[in-house]
Design a protein around this ligand. Structure first.
Ligand code: SF4
Ligand code: SF4
Length: 555
């Protein structure tokens, strides 16, 4: 194709008033029309609407466009949609370019609309010059193993296993403990239904006798290799290694309660944890009448800055259960803040107060002091010290990340947050996905979650996993790296820097090779190669140069 054959269409979006309320959008469409190879340009109120998308398709046909540019919002959310429209109209989806004139322009230059409009012209001009050099790319097709490995056999893992197993997929449920159930095994009842935790554990029998679910107890993950659709997991059980092939992996490893050792004189006798109390309640062994519960023990401090999300409701539940059994009991809950979100939990909290449970707010800088038979606490509200008679003190500690989370995260090539919980790909757009394709997270492995949250996240993760498992094959990104082997000197700089472990060395030729399925096209290897031996397709050196050198003038 010669330069004269290139016919670019530019569609500039108002995004309602997001862009159109600040930038002069019609003048941007007029400007685009003056640029080289631009055959057609127009502005739309909402380019992503049915009307906007139909307009793109019709104009591709009418004006024989072979390159399309949309100047609008973020490629992160809308590029796949516009690419698919190009494909429907017969254009290779990689002959599409998106210019972000909203997040990177109208939103940041709200107070200087004229300068913002000039900047948008620059951005559109850069894109037009790059678009002229775009090349069609093909997506790689990958076959899929129709099975899943679920790591962790607590409530989240069991829920995900049942969900996918009932859909007919082969599930390998891996649990490091000798029994399924996770933390549920230690609980008496669950809030807000106050149902026996043992009732929820009944699903263990269904799982263990399920035709599609293979349960490996007392087993740990030894190694994980591969990529979406084709993971190879090695587990160790009784000193024996077992190889498993899986298309997807769900991380449901849960979390563990922080031991209260060293806090408030914990002695597991008169000063106990909520978990200890669960066990006393289970066995009907709570004899004390004056019970004080202290919340936020060992969290929301310098060492652990977070709120553990479930402790307030758990303490309220246990306090109510005690009162139900012993109407003479006096229970005081010392809290920093009460977290009972939503109407159901708020009503639960209200009921606790109606039952006579006393809630007193304490300040972290003046924590309660436990003395013999009494707890001293300063109430900020009353501006006075209060003495609360006690014959049992119960400490609420947070859930903390599993010790082995770092090792597993490395094997899975997924990130952890600052508190060592697993970090999702995007808090709103991909809440149960990891950025590594085909790996999902749910329950307290991600963040302390109660039963309701854990089960809904587990179903969400199973549902995301099934979007892969139901397919015959996967198509993965065509915009990836490629090594020009004749230039490669085998220095391994690219192998060391690739965050997705997508590059290996061909020992025979002593050159690097890219696994296109694992490559995300991030460009790090291309920027690091001392020999310029790596082409990043869709972001080639020529294409980037064309954008840069047009900035502020013609190329
Ligand atoms: Fe808004 Fe993007 Fe849709 Fe335009 S394409 S209307 S910018 S969301
Ligand atoms: Fe790895 Fe990024 Fe290079 Fe792909 S482009 S091989 S993901 S460094």
């Amino acid at each position: 194709m010669t330069n004269d054959d290139i016919r670019i269409g530019v569609f500039v979006c108002h995004c309602g008033t997001n862009i159109g309320g600040i930038l002069d959008v019609p003048s941007l469409a007029d400007y685009a029309r003056t640029l080289p190879n631009v055959t057609y340009s127009a502005d739309n109120l909402y380019t992503c609407s049915e009307v906007g998308l139909t307009d793109i398709k019709e104009n591709i046909k009418e004006h024989k466009l072979n390159r399309v540019i949309v100047a609008s919002c973020s490629p992160r959310t809308h590029e796949p949609l516009f690419r698919s429209i190009c494909q429907e109209a017969g254009i290779n989806p990689y002959l599409f370019e998106m210019v972000n004139i909203r997040d990177q322009d109208s939103w940041v230059h709200m107070k200087e609309p004229e300068k913002g409009t000039e900047k948008a012209k620059d951005l559109i001009r850069m894109s037009v010059h790059k678009a002229a050099l775009l090349e069609p790319l093909e997506r790689v097709k990958v076959a899929i193993t129709h099975s899943a490995v679920i790591i962790g056999g607590g409530i989240s893992g069991m829920t995900a296993a049942l969900n996918l197993g009932n859909q007919g997929f082969k599930i390998y449920l891996i649990e490091k403990e000798p029994e399924l159930g996770g933390l549920l095994k230690s609980l008496n009842k669950v809030f807000p239904s106050n149902e026996d935790a043992s009732k929820l554990l009944e699903s263990r029998e269904i799982i263990e006798s399920h035709d599609n679910i293979y349960v490996y107890k007392s087993s740990i993950i030894e190694n994980i290799t591969g990529f979406v659709g084709n993971y190879k997991v090695i587990i160790k059980q009784n000193k024996k290694n077992i190889d498993i092939d899986a298309g997807v992996i769900i991380v449901a490893t849960g979390a563990i309660p922080l031991s209260p050792e060293g806090y408030f004189g914990y002695d597991n006798k008169n000063i106990i944890s909520q978990l200890d109390l669960e066990s006393l309640l289970k066995n009907d062994q709570v004899k004390a009448n004056n019970i004080t519960m202290i919340l936020c023990v060992g969290c929301r401090n310098e060492e652990r800055g977070y709120c553990s999300n479930i402790c307030c409701m758990n303490a309220i539940k246990n306090a109510m259960l005690i009162i139900e059994k012993n109407s003479n009991a006096h229970i005081t809950i010392l809290f920093r803040d009460i977290q009972t979100p939503g109407t159901v939990y708020e009503n639960y909290y209200r009921k606790a107060r109606e039952l006579g449970i006393l809630f007193i707010n304490y300040l972290p800088e003046k924590p309660p002091v436990i003395k013999k038979d009494v707890v001293d606490v300063y109430s900020d509200l009353l501006n006075q010290d209060i003495k609360i008679p006690q014959d049992l003190v119960v400490l609420s500690t947070p859930l903390i990340a599993n010790e082995d989370s770092e090792v597993l995260a490395k094997m899975l090539k997924v990130p952890l947050g600052e508190n060592k919980f697993y970090l999702e790909a995007h808090v709103k757009l991909r809440p149960v996905d990891f950025s590594t394709d085909g790996v999902y997270v749910c329950g307290s492995a991600h963040w302390p979650a109660d039963i309701a949250e854990s089960t809904s996240q587990a179903n969400a993760a199973a549902s995301r996993a099934s979007t892969i498992l139901w397919r015959d094959h996967l198509e993965v990104e065509g915009s990836t790296a490629e090594v020009e082997t004749e230039l490669c000197i085998g220095c391994e700089a690219c192998i060391r820097i690739c965050p997705y472990n997508a590059i290996t060395k061909d020992e025979e030729t002593d050159t690097a090779i890219v696994n296109k399925v694992m490559c995300k096209g991030c460009g790090l290897c291309g920027a690091s190669c001392p020999k310029n031996a790596i082409i990043i397709h869709h972001f080639t050196s020529d294409q980037i140069r064309a954008e840069i050198f047009t900035y502020g003038g013609e190329i």
